[in-house]
Design a protein. Structure first.
Length: 368
């Protein structure tokens, strides 16, 4: 098959999942053509059957704002015609689904393209609810040949908000458990913590929806009774607020702001507990990455998180904003090594068996 893969190129979950899906499909002998305004972050080395097509937005003085959705549609048309694409798989509804529909409609007389739209979360729960976008999202979804969502929560939310009768296929995010597995990096651990200190980790884009300040507050509670270090991986608008809270609580020396990192496996292998206190998560890919490395997760019981983190088996979930409860769950696992080991093994097992990349990609192939 020849597959056009349209996605955002950034560190967010939708871009990562689309890239990993494309890489796996290419390994299976399919030709995958990525279409975006920049090279996806995980396409960092040459691989057979992988191609990239950059969307260039012309800058005309007449237009106050660049019309990316139209230039994207034009690029999709060019790629479909020249590369003879069979499947167009777009990730994220705005603007990718509508651009995909425009391309398909323009080419319908000469080529029958199957349009698959995968919903990842904020394209429906946040951006898609904007009055200016809502009718466009609804139309784009209704015109897609197949709609998939990364969790049952997201599928149900989409049907409820947009009143769509069309079936939404639930295909969860996935993990390469051969890559994401715990390994010994004792030399690295010495850079962050002493032997008697535990390591708590959080990974995100530091947007308000991730509630990273809550991570700092949870850690401060834990630090009162347990020696530990906090690794904050990623960057974004709430970093300054987190730094302010750390200074206010006088715990700066116990926190490391690491910024964007590519060596996540090494850092997760050092981690004892992963924190994810988000106020909105359609899936929680970072939690799955941690679980695959045998790290128990303490998170909120929001959105699709409970479909990934099983309370009392692979970690704990608590109410949104309940800093004290989440801190209590962390210290409980620190105080009970036997329970931590059970949770660690359970987390790894579920990542391998339920969210394995080969199994999930098979589900996409069936749709193609």
């Amino acid at each position: 098959m020849k597959i056009g893969m349209v996605c955002y190129p950034t560190y967010g979950g939708s871009g990562i999942v689309a890239t990993e899906l494309g890489l796996e499909l290419a390994k299976r002998g399919n030709e995958v053509h990525f279409i975006s305004y920049a090279l996806p972050t995980r396409l960092n080395q040459f691989q057979e059957n992988i191609f990239f097509h950059k969307v260039e937005s012309p800058n005309y003085p007449l237009f106050e704002f660049q019309m990316y959705s139209l230039t994207l549609a034009g690029k999709i048309i060019d790629v479909i015609k020249y590369e003879e694409i069979d499947i167009l798989h777009v990730h994220y509804a705005i603007p990718h689904a509508i651009s995909g529909f425009l391309a398909k409609e323009i080419l319908k007389e000469s080529r029958n393209i199957k349009l698959i739209t995968t919903l990842h979360g904020t394209d429906v729960t946040l951006v898609g609810l904007e009055p200016a976008f809502s009718p466009i999202v609804k139309f784009a979804l209704e015109q897609s040949d197949v709609i998939t969502a990364v969790s049952k929560y997201l599928a149900d939310k989409t049907k409820q908000q947009f009143r769509i009768d069309k079936q939404i296929v639930e295909i969860p995010n996935f993990i390469d458990s051969n890559l994401y597995k715990r390994a010994e990096y004792n030399c690295c651990k010495k850079q962050f913590a002493t032997n008697n200190e535990k390591i708590i980790t959080h990974i995100s884009n530091f947007r308000p929806v991730k509630r990273v300040p809550d991570v700092v507050r949870i850690f401060a509670e834990v630090l009162k009774t347990h020696p530990a270090k906090l690794l904050l991986i990623g960057d974004g608008p709430d970093r300054i607020e987190c730094e302010r809270i750390a200074k206010e609580l006088q715990i700066c020396k116990h926190i490391r702001f690491l910024g964007q990192q590519t060596s996540l496996v090494e850092l997760l292998s050092l981690t004892d507990i992963f924190l994810l206190p988000s106020q909105s998560e359609s899936f929680g890919l970072s939690a799955l990455e941690a679980m695959s490395c045998g790290v128990p997760v303490v998170a909120t019981n929001i959105g699709g998180i409970p479909e990934v983190v099983i309370h009392g088996e692979t970690g704990y979930v608590a109410e949104l904003g309940d800093v004290s409860r989440m801190a209590k769950y962390v210290t409980e696992l620190f105080d009970n090594p036997k329970k931590w080991n059970i949770f660690s093994k359970n987390a790894r097992k579920i990542a391998e068996e339920k969210f394995n990349i080969e199994k999930i990609v098979d589900e996409y192939v069936k749709l193609y």
